[in-house]
Design a protein around this ligand. Structure first.
Ligand code: GLY
Ligand code: MN
Ligand code: MN
Length: 505
């Protein structure tokens, strides 16, 4: 659909409307066109009442309420502003699919573009929480059909009453928010930055004191973001359920890909990306990050998302992909598969070493253990293997101290997982990478070995081989649970799985 067909309306009054009713004027070829008075009047009438009554709150509503209560207790007397973000232009009059900001989703359960949560401090303590949303399009002023963001173009939205019922939150028209903020009693205000530039400008205009005030405000806002990442580190039961859903869909997506290997060999890595994407869109919202479908030597490029290479018999396919649920929690899983169904001896040797490293890493995931323990355990196994193969010179402790194994291993062994694939990255290091694991944390364990095709330090038979195995692990009260355990991991199990799924002959 082009701009000509999908008009953008301006909010000025049109004389074509006649009477007092404002009519939006659509733009065509950069010009505003009017509509006839007769049509404008006719379009205002004849619409049924479709209000949905008796809606039940979303499953996540009570969880979001608890999170807001905790946030309120952490920032007494302060105004907290958490925007969902806005649409971003892709080109001309097309936009990227909208994906709401994680902190907003976490605190509201809502995913509406342009939405904003405000916690307004009460004089007697505590906060009033209100979500500001774009309401249903007004049929009385042309907004419904003449504005490119009207419901005729973008689909029906929840009414504010419906949204309040679903989210268990008071709601108001987001177009009133700048005025509400301007008129609000003085209170220290924090906003989660980086999602709604217009709202940040409104708040900046309300501050006085120039650069110094801006510097202090930026610091305060940064503290809010860090705090939200801190609290998101430990998932509640509902979130763990969502992550398991994401992983279960991802397991089905990996199975789809194995079945599609013959078609991929006839086309390219794109067939694999597309096959997984179909599962992600049908069962979830999207993929949680760009799928890495890396065949043969492309597997040695860590973030290979071009996915335009050939898929060849005899080579390995490294597939790193995750379904994001409709509630926006993502899995992050990697399997490295022999495209023909069986590993060659050298591929198996590399694979088995990575698998042993992963087993050691998973065994180190338990409550009270340092976050870094699983990384160190996995790196130790990789370094031992590389010394044994003669690629690195011992002793082991020297190799580990200098990190020499990283020439072939390249990345950290894992990260937190949740609404973001690299979740809670802004959390304070003492509760995160320098801290200890707690029940409810979910992380990936994903060691890898990568021998670049032009790495003359590696024996020729290893060059161009890349192997990563990645699973999603929940820290439990007793130890850990691998959420992605349904996907085979050991080389023999992977081969048996492929033998079941691949066409014979
Ligand atoms: N898929 C990106 C990662 O594994 O961290
Ligand atoms: Mn991954
Ligand atoms: Mn990962």
């Amino acid at each position: 659909m082009t701009e000509h067909q999908r008009p953008r309306a301006e909010t000025e009054q049109s004389s074509a409307a006649g009477g007092d009713a404002p009519v939006f004027k659509p733009r065509k070829n950069g010009q505003y066109q009017s509509v006839s008075e007769e049509l404008a009047a006719w379009m205002r009438t004849g619409w049924a009442d479709t209000e949905r009554r008796g809606l039940e709150p979303l499953d996540q509503a009570p969880y979001a309420a608890k999170r807001r209560a905790a946030l309120s207790a952490r920032f007494p007397g302060e105004r907290i502003v958490v925007p969902a973000g806005n649409l971003k232009v892709r080109s001309n009059d097309t936009e990227y699919p909208f994906r709401a900001a994680c902190d907003y989703v976490y605190l509201t359960g809502d995913q509406s573009e342009d939405g904003c949560l405000v916690l307004e401090p009460r004089a007697e303590g505590g906060h009033d929480a209100t979500v500001y949303l774009l309401p249903r399009s007004d049929r009385g002023n042309g907004e419904f059909w003449l504005d490119g963001h009207g419901e005729l173009w973008t689909g029906r939205r929840n009414s504010l009453t419906e949204a309040s019922r679903l989210l268990g939150l008071a709601s108001r028209d987001v177009r009133e928010l700048p005025e509400v903020l301007r008129e609000a009693p003085a209170a220290p205000t924090r906003i989660v930055r980086g999602h709604d530039a217009a709202l940040e400008e409104v708040l900046a205009s309300l501050r006085e004191g120039g650069d110094e005030a801006e510097g202090a405000a930026a610091e305060r806002d940064g503290e809010l973001s860090v705090h939200l990442h801190d609290v998101r580190l430990v998932k509640d039961d509902w979130e763990v359920g969502q992550l398991q859903r994401a992983v279960d869909s991802t397991v089905r997506g990996f199975t789809d890909v194995v079945r599609a290997l013959p078609e991929a060999q006839a086309t390219s890595e794109r067939y694999i990306e597309g096959t997984f994407f179909l599962r992600a869109r049908v069962e979830g919202n999207d993929v949680g990050y760009g799928t890495i479908a890396a065949s043969g030597p492309n597997a040695t490029t860590l973030h290979w998302v071009r996915n335009d290479g050939p898929v060849r018999a005899g080579e390995l396919l490294l597939l790193d992909a995750g379904v994001e649920t409709t509630t926006l929690y993502t899995a992050d899983v990697t399997r490295t598969l022999p495209i023909s169904g069986t590993f060659t001896d050298v591929q198996r040797r590399v694979y088995d070493l990575v698998h042993a490293a992963q087993e050691a890493g998973i065994a180190a995931v338990a409550p009270g253990r340092p976050f870094r323990a699983f990384h160190e355990a996995a790196q130790r196994v990789l370094a031992e293997g590389l010394i044994e193969w003669g690629l690195l010179e011992g002793p082991l402790e020297r190799v580990l101290e200098l990190g020499l194994q990283r020439r072939y291993s390249l990345h950290g062994t894992g990260h937190m997982l949740g609404l973001d694939v690299h979740d809670c990255a802004a959390a304070r290091t003492e509760g995160h990478v320098d801290g200890v694991l707690e029940p409810g944390m979910v992380l990936t364990v994903e060691p890898g070995l990568y021998f670049q095709p032009d790495d003359e330090t590696a024996p020729e038979e290893l060059r161009g081989i890349g192997v990563r195995i990645e699973d999603d692990v929940l820290v439990t009260a007793e130890g850990s649970r691998v959420l992605s355990a349904a996907l085979p991991r050991a080389s023999a199990d992977v081969e048996a799985w492929l033998a079941d799924l691949l066409p014979r002959g």
